[in-house]
Design a protein around this ligand. Structure first.
Ligand code: DQA
Length: 143
């Protein structure tokens, strides 16, 4: 069975509370339940990790080496700033899909640059929670 790691970056633990007009009213626990249900339906084993700390995300990616077959990552604000997360993904070379709940392209200009996109095989933006399911579907069928 393929093992997929889902990583959520800073402030995604505040889903539901955080700018509901942009991110919706469902909380982080509902996202976890949605991811677990989606993964089970696709026959994937899934583990979820969330951190507000860049280094903790880098550590998590490094520890995925040799353990996970795929990564789904919403790096949140670190998307737009973190060369360290990009380098960690390149180092472990695990197939990765980048997900954003909101449509970052139609928001502030600073959200339009993504370092992680320089490595990710696929980027899904603006599909809400469904984006995570689409990412899992992609990894389930990717070679
Ligand atoms: C986000 C978009 C980012 O620009 C923002 O900093 C986030 C969440 C999204 O899921 O839409 O924290 O990654």
């Amino acid at each position: 069975m393929k093992k997929v790691l889902v990583i959520n970056g800073p402030n995604l633990n505040l889903l539901g509370l955080r700018e509901p007009a942009i991110y919706g009213s469902r909380d982080y626990n509902s996202l976890l339940a949605f991811i677990k249900e989606s993964a089970a339906g696709l026959g994937l084993e899934v583990e979820c990790f969330q951190s507000n700390h860049e280094g903790a995300i880098v550590d998590c990616i490094q520890q995925a080496y040799g353990v996970f077959d795929g990564i789904v990552i919403n790096p949140a604000a670190y998307t737009h700033t973190s060369v360290a997360i990009l380098d960690a993904l390149k180092a472990v070379a695990i197939p990765t899909v980048e997900v954003h709940i909101s449509d970052v392209d139609s928001r502030e200009e600073f959200r339009q640059r993504s370092y992680v996109s320089l490595y990710a095989s696929k980027v899904i933006k603006g599909h809400g929670f469904d984006g995570y399911k689409e990412a899992l579907e992609y990894l389930a069928t990717a070679k």
